[in-house]
Design a protein around this ligand. Structure first.
Ligand code: PNS
Length: 162
């Protein structure tokens, strides 16, 4: 069994993330989407909401599940018996941050490999941060996220307006 752990904040899941999940689901026996805490970010959605949204978007893939992850990612790699960590690279600007994380994770656990995949170029400019920014400023964000996520963002914005 080849399991891959795909970690991230996923706040929220975008079409770029989903594209990567679809590609990984063909290459690995199981894809575990690990919703982790990035201590540098202030999330719009709780971890539970993010896990639920990812599950709702991945029902058509029989080998994908979403889980919440607390603490170190390398511990989750062990827990879920993952062969590797998967991360997306959209542009060269992502590379330095990704390289540091990959090397830190390997320094923490010698057998912890990170592999990188590129999402389709249509989504290469899409990030959760920009989706939230344009959504908060009233633009149409529905083309950047899967429909279940668009519905959740709409509900969240309505809640915030109360
Ligand atoms: O989508 P993001 O915010 O770029 O994902 C970053 C994330 C959540 C993968 C990273 O912050 C992380 O791995 N957090 C878990 C805690 C941890 O293990 N930190 C050390 C990683 S080098």
């Amino acid at each position: 069994m080849r399991n891959v752990l795909y970690p991230g904040s996923f706040d929220p899941l975008t079409n770029g993330h989903l594209d990567l999940i679809a590609r990984a689901s063909k290459l690995f026996d199981r894809v575990i989407v690990a919703v982790a805490i990035n201590s540098e970010k202030h999330p719009m959605f709780t971890i539970e909401e993010r896990v639920e949204m990812i599950e709702a978007c991945c029902t058509s893939y029989g080998n994908v599940r979403a889980v919440p992850v607390c603490g170190l990612l390398v511990n989750a790699v062990k827990k879920y018996q993952a062969t590797a960590i998967l991360r997306g690279l959209r542009a060269f600007s992502d590379f330095e941050y990704e390289l540091q994380m990959a090397l830190m994770n390997r320094s923490l656990r010698d057998d912890c490999e990170t592999i990188f995949m590129m999402p389709t170029t249509n989504n290469s400019f899409v990030s959760s941060r920009l989706v939230k920014e344009v959504a908060n400023l009233g633009a149409d964000y529905s083309k950047y996220v899967p429909p279940p996520v668009a519905a959740r963002i709409a509900a969240k914005l309505k809640e915030q307006q109360k």
